[in-house]
Design a protein around this ligand. Structure first.
Ligand SMILES: *Cc1c(COP(=O)(O)O)cnc(C)c1O
Length: 426
């Protein structure tokens, strides 16, 4: 299968070439030319993530240089579980935080790294540049630590990430962490300026590991496939999902999985105070806005980058999908309430989805629903512990990060400072 740009002005590419490009040269994002229509029997009785991943992703890799490696890539990447936990009759949590940095971004970042690592001899220098407000940089740094193919350079804003997030950005061997004297928008501006500089782009082979990269989105379809197949095999009903939404990468992956014929019904995009998708569904027009800071900070996105992909596939994707926005006070109340009632502890992002679930009608709740839990609450313990009145224990992976040595460089928020670092790193 070939991938096309949402803007339609760039040549179509096979998937691994589209991954190397990051965004398309015309400024659009890569999307598949079409969605394979799966017959559920194709999955046989496969119920482990690597097997489901291989079946689901094979059509997207058909004709690609990495087609023969796809099985090995899936085995390597999907080596931790995505458990579907029953919370109540018909109410489930899909826990996507059992990877090494305890957020769902591990799936996409590890898949992208595994693919890029296999392109090492086929291409020139490759430098993955990532601007992060916290979670993305950690997952990408971890995924690429020790990778042969790519140098990774992470830019994060000084004094604006939590202490645990900073640890997770600066602890990966071989990964360059840059603490930028500025805010997240400055970091993003620097990365964009570097990509726009054709000399820099060519010299360092710049690519992106944000969710604009198709290599992060495709593997995220896998856990939606696995969860919906598990529920469907159990009761013959479609699974409905509530998804914490920021840049809408995770939401897109679910809608794409549904477009491939997986048994998925309704999709609710749960946003924090940043309500671009809510406005789109309410008013029928897309109006990006400056981002608003919230306690679910990985979703502080006023202009979701994947909207462009949604828009490009509107006819196939825009049915049985809606959005809802939740403010910080409501997020806090939801975390406290559920901890008290059932002992279940959500991270602030997952709590947005848990609240959205509670708003469903009785009729809707009679069907199987899945609340997507995107991060381990320990990562946000400064906010969560006071709400539940007790300490949260780290997962084993998070506990290990606590003891790793860190390395970081401070830079000014200008392109020449970034260029100096890149030339020294090569
Ligand atoms: C990135 C992130 C989100 C938002 O996901 P998108 O794909 O950007 O919509 C939600 N929760 C957590 C914990 C995240 O790290």
């Amino acid at each position: 299968m070939m991938f096309k740009s949402t803007k339609g002005q760039s040549p179509d590419l096979p998937v691994s070439q589209a991954m190397l490009m990051g965004a398309a040269p015309d400024g659009g994002l890569y999307v598949p030319q079409g969605f394979p229509a799966f017959d559920l029997d194709t999955f046989g009785d496969a119920d482990d993530l690597p097997a489901i991943a291989q079946t689901l992703l094979t059509p997207f890799f058909e004709g690609d240089d990495l087609a023969a490696d796809l099985g090995a890539i899936c085995q390597q990447v999907f080596n931790f579980p995505a458990p579907l936990v029953a919370l109540d009759n018909n109410k489930h949590a899909l826990e996507l935080f059992h990877g090494p940095t305890a957020a769902f971004k591990d799936f996409g970042a590890r898949f992208l790294a595994a693919c890029m690592d296999r392109m090492v001899n086929k291409n020139k220098p490759l430098t993955v540049l990532v601007a992060t407000s916290g979670d993305t940089g950690g997952a990408v740094g971890c995924a690429f630590a020790g990778a042969r193919a790519a140098k990774v350079v992470i830019l994060y804003p000084k004094g604006r990430v939590s202490s645990f997030q900073e640890l997770q950005l600066t602890c990966w061997p071989g990964v360059t962490a840059l603490r930028v004297d500025g805010d997240f928008d400055d970091c993003q501006r620097l990365v964009k300026a570097a990509f726009a500089d054709q000399d820099m782009k060519a010299q360092y082979g710049l690519s992106s590991a944000n969710s604009i990269n198709i290599g992060r989105l495709l593997p995220q379809m896998v856990y939606y496939a696995a969860a919906s197949l598990a529920l469907y095999r159990g009761n013959g009903e479609k699974a409905n999902f509530v998804i914490p939404t920021g840049n809408m990468g995770n939401g897109m992956a679910c809608l794409w999985a549904r477009a491939c014929g997986l048994p998925i019904g309704q999709v609710v995009l749960a946003q924090n105070a940043n309500r671009a998708m809510v406005r789109f569904f309410d008013e029928g027009r897309y109006a990006p806005a400056p981002s608003i800071a919230t306690i679910a900070n990985a979703m502080d996105v006023g202009n979701p980058s994947n909207f462009e992909r949604f828009d490009a596939g509107l006819a196939a994707l825009n049915h049985d999908v809606r959005a809802l926005s939740v403010d910080d006070a409501t997020i806090r109340a939801q975390i406290s309430k559920e901890a008290k009632l059932s002992g279940h502890v959500w991270c602030p992002h997952s709590a947005v989805a848990a609240f959205a679930y509670d708003q469903l009608t009785k009729g809707e709740k009679a069907k199987p629903w899945v609340i997507v839990a995107t991060a381990h609450p320990y990562k946000f313990r400064e906010n969560v512990e006071p709400l539940i009145g007790k300490k949260i224990a780290p997962s084993a992976a998070l506990a290990a990060i606590k003891d790793m040595p860190i390395a970081v460089r401070d830079i000014k928020a200008d392109l020449s400072a970034l260029a100096d670092v890149l030339s020294a790193a090569l």
